[in-house]
Design a protein around this ligand. Sequence first.
Ligand code: DMJ
Length: 866
Amino acid sequence: MEHAYPADELMPLTCRGRVRGQEPSRGDVDDALGKFSLTLIDSLDTLVVLNKTKEFEDAVRKVLRDVNLDNDVVVSVFETNIRVLGGLLGGHSLAIMLKEKGEYMQWYNDELLQMAKQLGYKLLPAFNTTSGLPYPRINLKFGIRKPEARTGTETDTCTACAGTLILEFAALSRFTGATIFEEYARKALDFLWEKRQRSSNLVGVTINIHTGDWVRKDSGVGAGIDSYYEYLLKAYVLLGDDSFLERFNTHYDAIMRYISQPPLLLDVHIHKPMLNARTWMDALLAFFPGLQVLKGDIRPAIETHEMLYQVIKKHNFLPEAFTTDFRVHWAQHPLRPEFAESTYFLYKATGDPYYLEVGKTLIENLNKYARVPCGFAAMKDVRTGSHEDRMDSFFLAEMFKYLYLLFADKEDVIFDIEDYIFTTEAHLLPLWLSTTNQRISKKNTTSEYTELDDSNFDWTCPNTQILFPNDPLYAQSIREPLKNVVDKSCPRGIIRVREESFRSGAKPPLRARDFMATNPEHLEILKKMGVSLIHLKDGRVQLVQHAIQAASSIDAEDGLRFMQEMIELSSQQQKEQQLPPRAVQIVSHPFFGRVVLTAGPAQFGLDLSKHKETRGFVASSKPYNGCSELTNPEAVMGKIALIQRGQCMFAEKARNIQNAGAIGGIVIDDNEGSSSDTAPLFQMAGDGKDTDDITIPMLFLFSKEGSIILDAIREYEEVEVLLSDKAKDRDPEMENEEQPSSESDSQNQSAEQIASSSQEVDLVDQESPEESSLNSHPESLSPADTDDAASISPSEQNSNPTENHETTSLDGECTDLDNQLQEQSETEEDSNPNVSWGKKVQPIDSILADWNEDIEAFEMMEKDEL
Ligand code: DMJ
């Protein structure tokens, strides 16, 4: 409220509001922002849960006074529904509850509900399709079709986008008596149900809203589908309509049959559900154990949750995507609440205090790594600990609510939470709606449902059995075998072949390094070996081997050798190309290491992945572009020089500041508004000559990140930063610890290698033009992990030497891997951010004075926060 209101979201690093159109576009994520004070609306019912009734009353008044729902802005129908419509309805539900109690909200006269209805009518034009599936976006002022609307040409939407409306729309209908909303949401759900793949009973990720054809035929329980399943089960709970339960059970049966590979949940193809569609999982699926609790299927919920927790313990947060052998696939983490949500439901179901310990870890990590002076910042890269200037509204709507409720006793919450159902955005809708205004005709489709095994219904309502054994050790006994599932995982994805055939050292008839995708002879050889080329939509090519398609078993083994060589080649190239991000951490007052900026490395100068971090105060160089001898050497001497990008080579800038006595350099992009949020990081190249003379570390910051440092200088004059590969612990007490010894430096070095893992391979730059189509892309992942298929998706091959297990694991042994993983976890421990930031030689009195001043400022800041 202090820094961002009335903007939609807080930008916690720059301490201001995110106003759409005023910041560089982030693409689809910005579609949640409708200039309607999103975070305030999304947080309304959180305030009541947290027993901040007075603040809730004030917040409702602000919403009624300030929020305009008629802005000329194109928003996502899905996000607006779950966050804004859901937020208004959750607020309304608790407002009437409070009013009835007789103390607060006595003035309230359904004003939030009226706003919700107004918004509901604004969303209805999106449903104007023959299928009844909504368009993905709508203009709040102009709707869909008008030329001013700037939307309405889309053909596809995600399954979750079309299938996550029923709770809010039905609640709106039942609160107001206007049945149209529930009817529209039901129609969309009916259509999705009709379009399910009939033999697998699964749905794809995206669907054409006009033809109903599946556009993406992969199917999982995470991104793109997640809340469709959630809403089927919850619609049954809220509306008491059996058809929703039957649909849910049919899908659940299919999910457990094909997607669930406990503790993993792996995407498959809807037509070939025995074939995995990828070898990584996304963070959104972390809600699924919570849904399984609602379904009553506790065992797989415990297993998947445990696996996710171990990934979190490894990286402090759940990366946006991680591979089946638990490497980071997409390193960002926007403070998503799904895992906290599942932890809450598992604790409710089992009463096992273990889940309180899990919650404590989540809170500690948030405070330690995400908390910044103006809020909580998303992690740009869980490996480096760098931040993104982003705090999504779901952080307050969901994360705070679930974490608070996890620890709250019944009497800590002023109403009975059991009387409500949580929407996907954790908004609260009262269960009494199930018997109110039930005027919608239900479709009688019971005959369409697959006959399910009776066990599918063991735990559904009304449940006459005990939901789970009332045994405190029950959950633990399920977790125990999974204790080391992450650290001791065997790499998956490569078919195991006979050991001796590989020991013979035989080479494939076509060597990977010679392969050209345009050579017909090569393609013929590949075919013989059972290797097929898949041309991806974006023009890239992927290799997949199906041993059973090879001409003979010998050809199949040749194919495996070829694939093996290709993996080695791609990881080699990856190693040469990788761009491990670096971190610039502001360590001086009042930041104390809490602000971490993502920086690009240089191909010259001190390699921060091999040496200890560099710490120093910053000073701008003169001339600012650093392209000639500095005129202010006294100012940069012993400091980290700031230089503007442009007008000469990076190496030339480095030499000029080094000659002036700088101990490091930060090049700041001259393209105003550029940001690592929107542009890919790159390495600063040398000048084509020998750059061995450059011995200081050089990092690159985009303009937005650079301006955080420049603003800090303007405000605090003395700004001290740490240049490193990975953010260090930001506990102020660590500030004056001993410098790491040279021994720990070398340990840091291997830890760096670990930290820089999981870069994606792009073979384009390294190859001849003919070969350049052999490429990778985060999405270009092929079926793997099947018994008869081995695939290479270079993007999945980790460039990290300690993590290239696939290249040596053909013999099926895990011993080496175990050793490597052990080494890795040892080095990771060694690289624990609890190492010091280095030490300045300073008299003890002055250190203590500084320290006290820091602590005072820190305490002040703590008081001021949120
Ligand atoms: C939330 O907005 C909702 O939970 C949605 O269903 C998907 N996930 C985001 C938060 O990660």
